[in-house]
Design a protein around this ligand. Structure first.
Ligand code: GNR
Ligand code: NI
Length: 173
């Protein structure tokens, strides 16, 4: 199991649109293992392949308290969204230290292949619904800060670029 590098906003590669996974094979199973390792190590509740610079439609999620209920979604598709919406504070491993409110559907139904290549249907609400919508946005090249005002987004961009410079200076020492 390898720890993968998570791209940080405003890295332009985060805006790449992911392609469908062609076959759920050994390569995908190995990638899922590495993505789970990376997500748990970073203490995230989800990770999209886009965030580790793999532009295929693959996400891992675990919203359980015990961090022992991984969910793998391959070629996911939201087939129903509730008309009711809810604003929740969101964060992102690609935008560390930033949390802000995003309005999304309160409940969704998603279809996706599992690791066995079988089509599954999941009904989700609460944090799981938020997380699935956040991850599917990543696959479409969208980061949650794009829902915020241009002013907030520009402040976040500056903060991230400064953090990157500081990190690089730290590494050089
Ligand atoms: O770890 C994460 N927490 C989180 C909290 C609220 C809404 C969405 C998320 S997803 C995020 C991990 C991540 O960046 N996934 O892409
Ligand atoms: Ni994210």
């Amino acid at each position: 199991m390898t720890q993968l590098t998570i791209l940080r906003y405003p890295d332009p590669r985060l805006h790449t649109v992911a392609q469908p996974v062609a076959a759920v094979d050994a390569r995908i199973r190995a990638l899922v293992g590495d993505m789970l390792t990376t997500m748990y190590e970073a203490q995230g509740i989800g990770l999209a392949a886009s965030q580790v610079n793999v532009h295929e439609q693959l996400v891992v999620i675990d919203v359980s308290e015990g961090r022992d209920q991984p969910l793998v979604l391959i070629n996911p598709e939201i087939v129903w969204s509730s008309p009711e919406t809810q604003v929740n504070d969101e964060g992102c491993l690609s935008v560390p230290g930033v949390y802000d409110g995003v309005e999304r559907a309160s409940a969704i139904r998603v279809q996706a292949l599992d690791l066995g290549g079988n089509l599954q249907t999941h009904n989700a609400d609460g944090l799981l619904a938020v997380c699935i919508q956040h991850e599917l946005d990543h696959l479409m090249g969208k980061v949650f800060v794009e829902y915020l005002s241009p002013l907030k987004r520009n402040r976040i961009r500056s903060k991230m670029l400064k953090q990157k410079k500081d990190d690089e200076r730290e590494e050089a020492r």
